[in-house]
Design a protein around this ligand. Structure first.
Ligand code: SF4
Length: 374
């Protein structure tokens, strides 16, 4: 049963040097025509059984498109999949794009959650990340969204970028404390090879914080967010009570979802599929009424379980107490148990990937039914 729809909008007004998402700065395709293609693609999934809880517009920069176009797509999705039971419709927004009027229009179109790509509340951070907006613009976008009536707003932050100091975290936290978003996502900068910044970091031309500094940065961040009343529910995500992102939770609990648009990923009938990353190929396939799928990965029971286990370990309280047996004894000190749930201790979050690898290895030869039952 499909519960979510992810829509990828592959347009940006500039390319950030660290970004490896599929997005283009100029392409001879009108935004309106891209929406028509998305509608056509959605119709190719008209026969799936769906009870949609969440729709998510990601990118790229969805807010490069006028709100009425996003609304038009939502109307079609409603006709096709019946969105009456939908709980969350999120749009990712760059701070320099929308103002009060656009936010009002977006609300009228049914969008009820915003995710604003602030990335840093320090001008230094924005300069290093080569973002084309100022701190002031981020604050203004947030205030306009609130004034327009958005009651569920996430702010996206990046940490561990070159030149970031542990002391800089207090500026990020001060703004979070005064703006009071409902949700905060804080992602550690990943140096992807093939991106200008990733190449420089991997080639030694640019340095990200040393391990000790990184630990200090992360500790200040999670402690500060906790003091401000945010609960961490996944390795990179914090929320006020009841404001956890439903869309991400669908991914993390292995629910089925459709991915529409260039480079979008979906999960259907135990298969992960990825759409073409090339806009030309995407246009061609959809114009010929073919699903623009470029890759499809069928997952065996064992692979499905491993993926489920990995996602559970990324969640703060993803494992049941009975499932603690999945963790080798010598690693149990890294975990804590509360109210029947198990999670990695806050202070060891930076070790999550290593812990996941060890837990998966420990269970790799075990019988899947035995493992499933903990
Ligand atoms: S605005 Fe977002 S999607 Fe576009 S290039 Fe920058 S990080 Fe990537």
């Amino acid at each position: 049963m499909v519960k979510g729809i992810y829509i990828h909008i592959p347009f940006c007004s500039y390319k950030c040097p660290y970004c490896d998402f599929t997005s283009v700065v100029s392409y001879p395709l009108k935004h309106e025509d891209y929406i028509k293609l998305l509608i056509r693609e959605a119709k190719l999934y008209g026969d799936v059984s769906a009870k949609i809880e969440s729709v998510y517009f990601g990118g790229g920069t969805p807010t490069l498109l006028p709100p009425y176009l996003l609304g038009k797509l939502l109307e079609e999705l409603d006709r096709l999949f019946n969105l009456s039971g939908v709980l969350e419709i999120t749009v990712e927004c760059n701070p320099e794009t929308y103002r009060y009027n656009e936010f009002k229009e977006l609300l009228s179109a049914g969008v009820n959650r915003l995710s604003i790509g602030v990335q840093s509340f320090t001008e230094k951070g924005l300069r290093i990340l080569s973002r084309e907006h100022s701190v002031e613009e981020s604050i203004r976008a947030y205030m306009d969204a609130r004034e327009a009536g958005f009651e569920n707003v996430n702010l996206d932050l990046i940490f561990a970028f070159p030149e970031q100091k542990p002391e800089d975290i207090s500026t990020e936290l001060n703004w979070i404390g005064s703006l009071k978003p409902d949700h905060v996502s804080a992602y550690m900068l990943t140096p992807y090879g093939g991106t200008p910044m990733g190449n420089k970091i991997l080639g030694g031309e640019m340095q990200t914080p040393e391990e000790e500094t990184l630990e200090d940065i992360y500790t200040r961040l999670w402690k500060g967010l906790k003091e401000l009343g945010y609960g961490r529910y996944e390795i990179s995500n914090w929320a006020k009570e009841g404001k956890e992102c439903r869309h991400n939770l669908l991914y993390w609990t292995m629910e089925e979802f459709l991915g529409l648009g260039v480079s979008a990923w979906g999960f259907l009938e135990k298969k992960r599929y990825g759409n073409s990353k090339n806009i030309g190929s995407y246009i061609k396939a959809v114009s010929e009424l073919k699903r623009p799928v470029q890759s499809e990965i069928g997952l065996s029971e064992k692979e499905l379980y491993e993926e489920e286990l990995m996602l559970k370990l990324r969640l703060k309280w993803g494992l049941r107490e009975e499932e603690l047996t999945l963790v080798p004894e010598h690693l149990r000190g890294f975990f804590e148990v509360r109210e029947g749930k198990v999670g990695i201790r806050e202070e060891f979050m930076l070790l999550t990937n290593e812990l996941i690898t060890d837990v998966l290895l420990y269970n790799s030869d075990r019988n899947i039914t035995e493992v499933r039952n903990g």
